[in-house]
Design a protein around this ligand. Structure first.
Ligand code: ADP
Ligand code: MG
Length: 236
C-alpha cells in the first residue's frame, strides 16, 4: 500500500492546516457504519475519490473545511457521509428543524444532491428534502412539516421560507456551502449571509468550490473558523 505522501502526490492532494489527519485510502479504512459501506459497495464504488479520502477524516474531527476541487471529483458524498453521522450523533427531533443544511446554487444541483442523500442515506434512515425556486411552495412546506434531517436548498427559496417562519435553523450544526463560487457569481451572497445568521455559531461549516477567487476567500474568512484547506489538482 502507498505511503500517505505517495498517495497525496499521486492524487495531487495538498492540505493546509494544523495536524491534518491522513487520508482514508480505502473504504475499509474509514470505519464508517456498515449500512453506509454497504451502500457505496452497492453503487459499485471501489475506493473513495481523493476529495472524499482527504475530507472525510477532517470532517469527522468536526473541523471546518474549504475544499477546492473540480467538478466530477465526488464532492457530494465527501460532505454527505459525515453529515449522515452528524444526524445520528445529534439525534435531534427533526420536527424542530434540520440538523444538516446544504446550500446549492441551482434547482438542478440541489435535486441531484437530494437524490444522492436519499440513495446513500436510506438504510441509515436519514430524511432529506429539497427547497428551490420556480416551483410552488406548498409541497415543499408540507415536506418540511413531516420533519426532515437534511435540507438541501437554493439560497433564494430558503430565505423566502425563513421569512415566512416556516423553518427553524436553530438545530443546524453542520452547514455546507456547495459550489460557493457559483452561488456568489449568481448574486446569492446577501441571501447566504442572512441564512447563516439563523444558524447557530457553534457549528461545523464546509465550503466546496471549483475556483478560489477573492470573493470566495472573503466569505470563507467570514463564515468558517480555522478551516483546513484541501486542494485537489491544480486549481487557479
Ligand atoms: P462533484 O460534486 O465533485 O462535481 P459528484 O459528487 O457529483 O462530483 O460525483 C460525480 C460522480 O462520481 C457521481 O456520479 C457520483 O455518484 C460518483 N462517485 C462519487 N463517489 C465515488 C467513488 N468513491 N467512486 C466512484 N464514483 C463515485
Ligand atoms: Mg457537486
Amino acid at each position: 500500500s502507498l505511503s500517505v505522501e505517495a498517495y497525496c502526490r499521486q492524487h495531487e492532494i495538498t492540505v493546509t492546516g494544523g495536524e491534518v489527519p491522513a487520508p482514508f485510502t480505502s473504504f475499509e479504512a474509514t470505519g464508517l457504519p456498515r449500512e453506509i459501506l454497504r451502500e457505496v459497495q452497492n453503487a459499485g464504488f471501489s475506493a473513495p475519490t481523493p476529495i472524499q479520502a482527504q475530507s472525510w477524516p477532517i470532517a469527522l474531527q468536526s473541523r471546518d473545511i474549504v475544499a477546492i476541487a473540480k467538478t466530477g471529483s465526488g464532492k457530494t458524498l465527501g460532505y454527505l457521509i459525515p453529515g449522515f453521522l452528524q444526524v445520528k450523533r445529534c439525534s435531534n427531533n427533526p420536527q424542530l428543524g434540520p440538523t444538516v443544511l446544504i446550500l446549492s446554487p441551482t434547482r438542478e444541483l440541489a435535486t441531484q444532491i437530494q437524490e444522492e442523500a436519499v440513495k446513500f442515506g436510506k438504510s441509515s434512515k436519514i430524511s432529506c428534502t429539497c427547497l428551490y425556486g420556480g416551483a410552488p411552495k406548498g409541497p415543499q412546506l408540507r415536506d418540511l412539516d413531516r420533519g426532515i434531517d437534511i435540507v438541501v436548498a437554493t439560497p433564494g427559496r430558503l430565505n423566502d421560507i425563513l421569512e415566512m417562519k416556516r423553518i427553524s435553523l436553530r438545530q443546524v450544526s453542520y452547514l455546507v456551502l456547495d459550489e460557493a463560487d457559483r452561488m456568489l457569481d449568481m448574486g446569492f451572497e446577501p441571501q447566504i449571509r442572512k441564512i447563516v445568521k439563523e444558524v447557530p455559531a457553534r457549528r461545523q461549516t464546509l465550503m466546496y468550490t471549483a475556483t478560489w477567487p477573492m470573493e470566495v476567500r472573503k466569505i470563507a474568512a467570514d463564515l468558517l473558523v480555522n478551516p483546513v484547506q484541501v486542494n485537489i489538482g491544480n486549481v487557479d
